[in-house]
Design a protein around this ligand. Structure first.
Ligand code: SF4
Length: 277
């Protein structure tokens, strides 16, 4: 027999004032807003929703569950909740502390936790049990590290470098006219990755000191050049003979001379005046 939940319940629906009055006993005063409706959760069990107006709970809703017994005409309150709505501001998912550091976060003095099962590493040397053989391996073959990169670790690093800012798809590489593989500043690497990568040793390049792929490139390539603009020819100086530039001292002297000339002119005019007495 299948039980179908009715679409509504008139008794529970009418219990919104009861729900609000109970909520006022538990909610922070002044944080209960408008009634948002009721959801019938199952037969004779509903949830009345009220807006939460607390500024710290934007998008949250008060939920008050109400129920009634069979054939009862009175509802009763089961519990009250403050629940996030679809637009609620929520804290991010909790992340274990060990997973919170991201690549590039490490600063001076920081130490990462030891990861005995790091998939990027594998045992660097397995002792044979024969001391002479083991010592030879350590000191002549340079196998002094407990762990070295695993094939997976090499693959992950190679993909990251190749797809990054110093691989062939970087913008500077797509505009370069020649690749690192023909550049005099390209230092080949030793080991399994030498077929794909090396190190740039050009201080003029943004990749200086970085691992670059053979098909990376930049405008600082040792063999590229650009046309240098011809310097402007230096011709005969052009002298403007009609303009006069006066220095301040000369100008003052010139003004004084002009005033003398004017004064003398007035005096001479004055002596020519007829005597009127
Ligand atoms: S200078 Fe440019 S082309 Fe030369 S190795 Fe460095 S990144 Fe490559």
């Amino acid at each position: 027999m299948t039980v179908t939940t009715p679409k509504t319940d008139a008794v529970l629906l009418a219990a919104s004032d009861l729900a609000r009055s109970v909520l006022e006993d538990v909610a922070e005063p002044g944080t209960i807003g408008a009634h948002l409706g009721m959801d019938l959760l199952q037969e004779r069990l509903g949830m009345h929703w009220f807006e939460c107006t607390s500024p710290g709970y934007r998008g949250w809703r008060w939920g008050v569950s109400v129920a009634r017994v069979s054939r009862a005409k009175v509802a009763t309150v089961c519990e009250t909740n403050l629940l996030p709505g679809p637009d609620a501001v929520l804290a991010p998912e909790w992340l274990p502390y060990a997973d919170r550091l991201a690549p590039g976060d490490l600063g001076a003095g920081d130490v990462l936790p030891f990861r005995p099962d790091d998939p990027n590493l594998e045992a660097g040397f397995e002792a044979t049990g024969e001391e002479d053989v083991d010592q030879m391996a350590f000191f002549e073959l340079g196998l002094g590290r407990p762990r070295v990169l695993s094939a997976e670790g090499r693959e992950v690093a190679a993909s990251r470098w190749y797809d990054g800012d110093h691989g062939p798809t970087a913008e500077i590489a797509t505009k370069a006219t020649a690749h690192c593989t023909t550049c005099g500043y390209f230092l080949p690497m030793a080991g399994a990755l030498r077929a794909t990568f090396g190190v740039c040793a050009n201080e003029w390049s943004p990749s200086d000191g970085r691992v670059v792929s053979l098909d990376h490139g930049c405008g600082a390539h040792s063999e590229t050049d650009m046309d240098h603009p011809e310097p402007m020819p230096i011709g005969e100086p052009i002298v403007d003979e009609f303009a006069v530039d006066l220095e301040p001292a000369e100008r003052a002297n010139r003004d004084a001379e002009d005033r003398d000339v004017e004064d003398r002119g007035e005096e001479s005019h004055g002596s020519d005046d007829p005597v009127t007495d």
